[in-house]
Design a binder for this molecule. Structure first.
Ligand SMILES: Nc1ncnc2c1ncn2[C@@H]1O[C@H](COP(=O)(O)OP(=O)(O)OP(=O)(O)O)[C@@H](O)[C@H]1O
Length: 334
């Protein structure tokens, strides 16, 4: 599959009264047509900022893309003017957010919100837009679309509202859908239904998906590849199986231990401690203070990326060829 998106050495900062928050600190990844990529990590690690940077929605000020490139279908998005970006957003790249309650306008009918994008970007006639909207409602599993088309958001349940938000995001047939915590506000059963919906939509439309979540359990079934972020860095990247069965970063392993399992066989073990302050991130590995395997070097130098396979890489000194020597140094110091 062809490469659609390439993020390279992306840095995003926010200037605040307290200083500069270094929210994203040099991340890079590719996305191919029709792929589902999950970005996973604890609250505050930079997932949403990464998504907003791709959409060119970083509020400036206080935010700024301080470095790096974001190339979408050969176009460098950081250089695109806002006017042109408006014709990419919602058309080529769509984004949906966590809360289906606030994403819809309570004063407009579902139908007018669903057809708005088609009319604005393609000057589609009202009749044609309605036909397309009803098809889309069918695709996302809204029963009685004709009747529902005329209703207002408050007449929909939370799960149905999220289906509508997804329909609105997809109606202009984007090539890329970015979903930021799309199931977090929903209960577990509805959550599973929405995830199945993503799978179904991808199979029928071929849209590529970036799924952002703090919950590895959510991506277990649907992600092709997973990026694990910590304190603005990408600490591990791999296929779903590499992350679930062969993860090497102590943080990824910690996240996996804190995921509830269906068989309820294992005890959930939260990761002790909190992520570092992003005003003054540590110069070494940011996970050091919470890492059960930390060595002296971890505190002082950020680890180089170790490539464990063509698709699997990890930023951890334990994977470096010098690890044994570094462990001995640590033992000497203790
Ligand atoms: N407008 C802003 N002004 C100042 N700091 C910001 C702003 N937006 C984000 N940040 C900071 O950037 C960092 C990354 O935030 P981000 O929202 O990307 O985290 P996240 O991983 O998506 O977490 P969550 O799931 O809680 O949204 C955080 O430290 C956050 O406080």
């Amino acid at each position: 599959m062809a490469k659609m998106l390439e993020v390279n050495d992306l840095h995003v900062n926010f200037s605040t009264y307290g200083g500069t928050v270094k929210a994203v600190r040099g991340i890079g990844f590719d996305l191919h047509e029709g792929e589902t990529l999950a970005i996973v990590g604890e609250s505050g690690c930079g997932k949403s900022v990464t998504a907003n940077a791709i959409m060119q929605l970083i509020p400036d000020p206080p935010g700024k893309i301080a470095g790096g490139t974001i190339t979408f279908n050969g176009r460098e998005l950081t250089a695109v003017r806002e006017k042109d970006m408006r014709s990419i957003r919602g058309v080529d790249i769509s984004m949906i957010f966590q809360d289906p309650m606030t994403a819809l306008n309570p004063t407009l009918t579902i139908g007018s919100q669903l057809t708005e994008g088609l009319k604005e970007h393609y000057q589609t006639s009202t009749a044609e837009a309605k036909t397309k909207a009803l098809e889309m409602m069918q695709l996302v599993g809204i029963p009685n679309p004709e009747e529902r088309f005329r209703q207002y958001p408050h007449q929909f349940s939370g799960g149905m509202r999220q289906r509508m938000v997804i329909a609105i995001a997809l109606i202009c047939e984007p090539e890329l859908l970015i979903a930021d915590e799309p199931t977090t506000a929903l209960d577990v059963t509805i959550q599973a239904q929405i995830l199945e919906l993503f799978e179904r939509i991808q199979a029928s439309t071929g849209v590529a998906i970036i799924l952002i979540t703090h919950d590895l359990g959510v991506v277990a079934k649907i992600a092709d590849r997973i990026i694990v972020m910590y304190a603005g860095k990408m600490v591990e990247e791999g296929t779903r199986d590499e992350i679930f069965y062969e993860s090497e970063h102590p943080y990824t392993k910690g996240l996996l231990k804190s995921v509830p399992r269906l068989d309820n066989q294992t005890q959930l073990i939260p990761i002790d401690g909190t992520p570092p302050d992003l005003f003054a991130p540590p110069k070494g590995c940011p996970f050091t203070a919470r890492c059960p395997m930390a060595m002296v070097v971890c505190d002082n130098v950020y680890p180089p990326s170790s490539h464990l396979s063509d698709t699997h890489s990890v930023d951890c000194w334990l994977q470096d060829e010098r690890a044994e020597r570094l462990m001995a140094q640590t033992a000497d110091k203790t």
